[in-house]
Design a binder for this molecule. Structure first.
Ligand code: NAD
Length: 327
């Protein structure tokens, strides 16, 4: 297929692009490099430096695209509460412009990066796709708005849409001897921050709250290996059917507390990771664990690297080879 990947200079989009290319697809990456990196771009893909808002310039009826995979977004939940207008404009307005362009170009397959943040404080665990959607931050709300727009687009204009609701993505992907991993700046994700502490690049790991109703009092999250997550996109692309909006949670169904993550980072790196307990953050649910039964049943997806040791081990291999050794 000829595919447009938005956000292909980012962590997840860059890795999925490589898997798409390796599977024989032709890929054009659209990214404005606002948070992405040219190193993350797959050399085999054509790169267009532009905003998703201007996607119609690339996604023309004559260009012959078969599908869009839409990763481009701002992703920092905390910042989305202090600068909400940026998130609505980038994530929702940008996505609506992309959907318009896809419609005008006759594109029938659309795979969207949604998030566990659409559920907010879950009313049931593990969380099924049918759970109440009540985001506790603007980031989650901007993604839920796009999910809803895709449902309308499937009904009204026969789009074949798939929303993948990722839980916490972690790990790295080894391709042609090079590790590809997570480089967010500022980093807001627990595992890469803990690795920075292990590497001596940060003094301590802040854990926000240890009085949650969980076994050790710290928040519990479901982690998914980037390789497993990326593979689900290829399955989703095949599964897209005109007129249907399919929605799948992607997680492992196992929760790990923040303290447990710090412990695994100590074990994998063999280095100390001092922890400081900080006040709770507004809007952080105590526990987020996915039910991915639907992805398993309907997409035939099964995670190959479900353990936290796999994820932290690969993330550490990336961090050492691509960040520490190149510094
Ligand atoms: N990383 C996670 O754990 C996680 C969890 C749930 C959902 N997601 C979703 O997955 C997607 C990818 O996340 P990531 O971790 O790879 O983030 P990332 O920041 O590494 O990548 C996002 C990419 O999108 C680009 N971009 C942002 N706004 C753009 C715009 N308007 N036009 C063009 N390009 C733009 C950035 O330059 C960057 O290359 C996001 O949509 C995010 O919401 C990520």
């Amino acid at each position: 297929m000829k595919l447009l990947v938005t956000g292909g200079a980012g962590y997840i989009g860059g890795i999925v692009t490589r898997m798409l290319v390796d599977a024989g697809h032709e890929v054009v990456v659209l990214d404005d490099l606002s948070t992405g990196h040219t190193e993350a771009l797959a050399p085999e893909a054509t790169f267009v430096n532009a905003r998703v808002h201007d996607a119609a310039q690339v996604l023309t009826p004559a260009a012959g695209f078969d599908g869009v995979l839409h990763f481009a977004a701002f992703i920092a939940a905390g910042e989305s509460m202090t600068r909400p207008e940026l998130y609505w404009e980038n994530n929702t307005v940008g996505s609506l412009a992309l959907i318009d362009a896809a419609r005008a170009a006759g594109v029938r397959r659309f795979v969207f990066s949604s998030t566990a943040a659409v559920y907010g404080n879950p009313t049931e665990l593990p969380i099924p796709e049918s759970a109440v959607k009540a985001p506790t931050n603007t980031y989650g709300a901007t993604k839920l708005a796009v999910d809803m727009a895709l449902t309308s687009e499937a009904i009204g204009h026969d789009l074949g849409a798939v929303s993948l609701r990722y839980f916490n993505v972690a790990g790295a992907y080894l391709r042609d001897g090079v590790q590809l991993g997570e480089r967010h700046d500022p980093e807001t994700h627990l595992i890469p921050i803990a690795l920075q502490v292990a590497a001596g690049r940060r003094e301590k790991l802040q854990i926000f709250g240890d009085d949650y109703p969980t076994a050790d009092g710290t928040c519990v999250r479901d982690y998914i290996h980037i390789e497993d997550l990326a593979r689900a996109h290829l399955l989703a692309l095949e599964a897209a059917r005109p007129g249907e909006h399919r929605i799948y949670n992607l997680g492992n169904g196992n929760g790990f507390s923040n303290r447990a993550v710090a412990e695994v980072v100590r074990e994998v790196t063999g280095r100390p990771v001092p922890v400081e307990i900080a006040p709770r953050r507004e809007g952080d649910p105590a526990e987020l664990v996915a039910s991915s039964d639907r992805a398993r049943t309907e997409l035939g997806w099964t995670p190959a690297k479900p353990t936290l040791h796999d994820m932290v081990g690969d993330a550490w291999a990336f961090y050492r080879s691509q960040i520490l050794e190149k510094a």
